[in-house]
Design a protein around this ligand. Structure first.
Ligand code: GDP
Ligand code: MG
Length: 189
C-alpha cells in the first residue's frame, strides 16, 4: 500500500565478487552463473521484516575500473550500502576501502548503515581460507558495519543481508528512545 516503507540500497564492490548473483538470488531465488558484468540494474522487492512490510529497491552496480567515475552516483541518497567482497580474494576486501572513503566524503554527518558481506562462502573450507575471517571482521568493526558471510550459490544468509540492512536503517530512523532512568520513572509515579 501507499504507507509502505521504501528503502533504497546499493550493492557495491569490485567486479566478480557476486553483487549480481546475490541480488538475483534475493529477488528471484535463482543462482546466475553467467551474468553480463556490465549490466547495472535496479530491482524492487516487497518483503516482511520483523512483521512490517517494506519495499526494498536494490541498485546492482557494475564495479569495473572503467566505471570509477560512477561510484559517487551509485552511493548518492541511499539508505544503506551492501559492501561485497569474495572470501576467495584478499584484494576484493581491500578494494572496498575506496567505497568507504567515498562514503566518508559524501555522507559527512548522515549515518548510512553498511553491511559488509563476505560472499562465496561455499567455496571456502578451513584449508582454503584465502581471506581470514578475522580480516573481514576487523574491517567491519573499523567501519561500524555488520559482518555477514554469504553464498549466492546456495543462498546462505542472502535474505539476511537485505533484512539486516532494513533493521539498521530503522534503527537510524527511530526516534530517540525515551530512556526510563531511575530518576524519571520515580518522577512519573
Ligand atoms: P559481480 O561482478 O560482483 O556482479 O559478480 P557476479 O554476480 O557476476 O559473479 C561473478 C561470478 O562469481 C559468477 O560466475 C557467479 O556465478 C559467481 N558467484 C557469485 N557469487 C557466488 C557464490 O556465492 N558462490 C559461488 N560458488 N560462486 C559465486
Ligand atoms: Mg554484476
Amino acid at each position: 500500500g501507499m504507507g509502505d516503507e521504501v528503502y533504497s540500497i546499493s550493492v557495491l564492490g569490485t567486479g566478480g565478487v557476486g553483487k549480481s548473483a546475490l541480488t538475483l538470488r534475493f529477488i528471484r531465488d535463482i543462482f546466475v552463473e553467467e551474468w553480463d558484468p556490465t549490466i547495472e540494474d535496479a530491482y524492487r522487492k516487497t518483503v516482511e521484516v520483523d512483521d512490517k512490510l517494506c519495499t526494498i529497491e536494490i541498485l546492482d552496480t557494475a564495479g569495473q575500473d572503467d566505471f570509477l567515475t560512477l561510484r559517487p552516483q551509485w552511493m548518492l541518497e541511499k539508505d544503506a550500502y551492501v559492501f561485497v567482497y569474495s572470501m576467495t580474494s584478499q584484494n576484493t576486501l581491500k578494494e572496498l576501502e575506496h567505497f568507504y572513503e567515498l562514503h566518508e566524503q559524501m555522507n559527512d554527518n548522515r549515518k548510512v548503515p553498511i553491511i559488509l558481506v563476505a560472499n562465496k562462502k561455499d567455496l571456502i573450507s578451513d584449508s582454503t581460507e584465502f581471506v581470514s575471517k578475522d580480516d573481514g571482521k576487523e574491517m567491519a568493526k573499523m567501519w561500524n558495519a555488520k559482518y555477514i558471510e554469504s553464498s549466492a550459490f546456495n543462498g546462505e544468509n542472502v535474505e539476511n543481508i537485505f533484512k539486516e540492512c532494513i533493521r539498521e536503517v530503522r534503527k537510524v530512523n527511530a526516534p530517540p528512545e525515551k530512556k526510563k532512568s531511575g530518576f524519571f520513572s520515580f518522577c512519573n509515579v
